[in-house]
Ligand binder design. Structure first.
Ligand code: URP
Ligand code: ZN
Ligand code: ZN
Length: 464
């Protein structure tokens, strides 16, 4: 059904205009000061956006859905995660494919794709993790990037013995990525240092969740960023540091950029609004706040917001990684090293950034849209199909009420996880209408759409 969004204030990464938007056959076909609804095809759905903001659909460049990890499996599936994303204004998700070191990349890709395809309610694509790099993996990763529309890899410098890629293979992978024009996203924490610190703390009887941050301090992440950047400097590969949590790591990235390294930096919502005191909550409640890199000292948040405002940090994702508190986080009651890492935020991201970034004056609306939508589309080869509002783009639109107030709670969360890390927090702003390719999929924080509407976004390499 064609769709007319009338009378809204359209805000993109660069522009701010009052205009009507008409979508037909999944695409924005007209943006004009005033479109007369009576001249349109019969049955056109008309949405009154008077007094509302109109944004391009938001993109979360870093989520985990199907995730076998630390002896358990993440709680969401594509039904719950895509509903949660849409309710919060996110219309495209990029999931990390994270196979084990013995899995073949192509089989893993098919497994991850099989979970999303035919189930997702929002659009989706993947970053393909390289957790091994023998001849077979090399050929299959090449095929996934060049023939399956997935021109972004993921590497872990962390998680020793599980996901980490040794330096020898990191060099070869980056060399191939440069040849193929594929960007390499990376979790930057030095696996050996984390392992050594964890052993030392546990042997001293420091077993609670409050010891997670000291086991992987800021310098360990900064070393990881510098390490990856050095490999990129020598290979010419384009790199993207995921969930960059602290000033030292951001500085390592900016210094690399100043040397000419093609590096992009991602922040994630939990690091922007939560700090390490949450992981220090008594009675093991801190386990809800264990993620890696860990929640940091609060002072780091100023650096993250300021570099976002300067657009030196490009994107804000979530690193949504949902593990129940009761049956999963408790696996680490005796040792923080066994607490499944992750904080779910896919539904809350936009309203958190709006409340604590835009409403506080740290970000203007253009920087907000840029970090939460446009840059992810640009960096990962989806622009201008996604990430902006212009004729020819997909009809992914968020009509947003910037003054709506509510309290976050697990009771209204559509993620399958049994807690909300932001329980009781008051936020301002809500996605009132969310469309994916011209179809209304969410209204007023609720999923109202078609479950199987989501499509795989096949992308082309752009990072030569
Ligand atoms: O704590 C996190 N970040 N869990 C998910 C896996 C990862 O490192 O991204
Ligand atoms: Zn990670
Ligand atoms: Zn992650």
């Amino acid at each position: 059904m064609p769709l007319l969004i009338k009378g809204g204030r359209i805000i993109t990464a660069t522009d701010d205009d009052r205009a009507d938007i008409y979508c037909e056959s999944e695409t924005i076909t007209r943006i004009e000061p005033s479109i007369d609804a009576s001249t349109l095809a019969p049955g056109t759905e008309v949405i009154d956006a008077t007094g509302k903001l109109v944004f391009p659909g938001f993109i979360d460049p870093h989520v985990h859905v199907h995730l076998p990890f630390m002896g358990t499996n993440a709680k969401d599936d594509w039904e719950s995660v895509s509903r949660a994303a849409l309710a919060g204004g996110t219309t495209t998700l990029i999931e990390m494919v994270c196979p084990g070191p013995d899995d073949e990349p192509m089989a893993a890709f098919e497994t991850w794709l099989g979970h999303a395809k035919g189930t997702a309610a929002c659009d989706f694509t993947f970053h393909m993790s390289a957790v091994r790099f023998d001849d077979l993996a090399r050929e299959q990763l090449r095929e996934i990037a060049t023939t399956r529309g997935i021109p972004s890899f993921k590497v872990f410098l962390a998680y020793k013995g599980a996901l980490d890629l040794p330096d020898e293979h990191l060099f070869s992978l980056l060399t191939m990525a440069k040849e193929l024009g594929v960007i390499v996203t990376a979790h930057c924490e030095n696996a050996e240092l984390v392992d050594a610190m964890q052993r030392a703390l546990i042997s001293e009887g420091k077993t609670g969740p409050e010891w997670h941050e000291p086991s992987r301090p800021e310098c360990v992440e900064a070393e990881g960023v510098h390490h990856l950047a050095t490999f990129a400097e020598l290979t010419g590969a384009h790199i993207y540091t995921v969930h960059t949590s602290c000033e030292a790591a951001v500085r390592a990235g900016l210094e690399a950029r100043a040397r000419g390294v093609n590096i992009w930096i991602e922040a994630v919502a939990p690091h922007l609004v939560l700090d390490k005191t949450y992981a220090e909550k008594p009675d093991f409640e801190g386990a809800k706040y264990v993620m890696s890199p860990p929640l940091r000292e609060k002072r780091n948040q100023d650096c993250l917001w300021n570099q976002l405002r300067a657009r030196a940090i490009s994107t804000i994702g979530t690193d949504h990684a949902p593990f129940d508190f009761k049956a999963q986080k408790t696996m680490g009651r005796d040792a923080f090293t066994k607490i499944p890492n992750g904080i779910p935020s896919v539904q809350e991201r936009i309203d958190l950034v709006h409340t604590f970034g835009v409403r506080t004056g740290r970000l203007d609306y253009h920087a907000f849209v840029d970090a939460c939508s446009t840059q992810a589309a640009r960096i990962f080869g989806m622009y201008p199909r996604k990430g902006t509002i212009r004729a020819g783009s997909d009809g992914d639109i968020v009509m947003y009420d910037p003054d709506h107030e509510r309290t976050l709670s697990v009771d209204t969360s559509l993620s399958a996880v049994d807690y909300n890390a932001y329980e009781g927090w008051k936020v301002t702003g809500r996605a009132e209408v969310v469309t994916v390719r011209g179809k209304v999929q969410a209204r007023e924080g609720k999923f109202v759409g078609e479950q199987t509407h989501g499509r795989l976004l096949e992308r082309e390499p752009t990072h030569f």
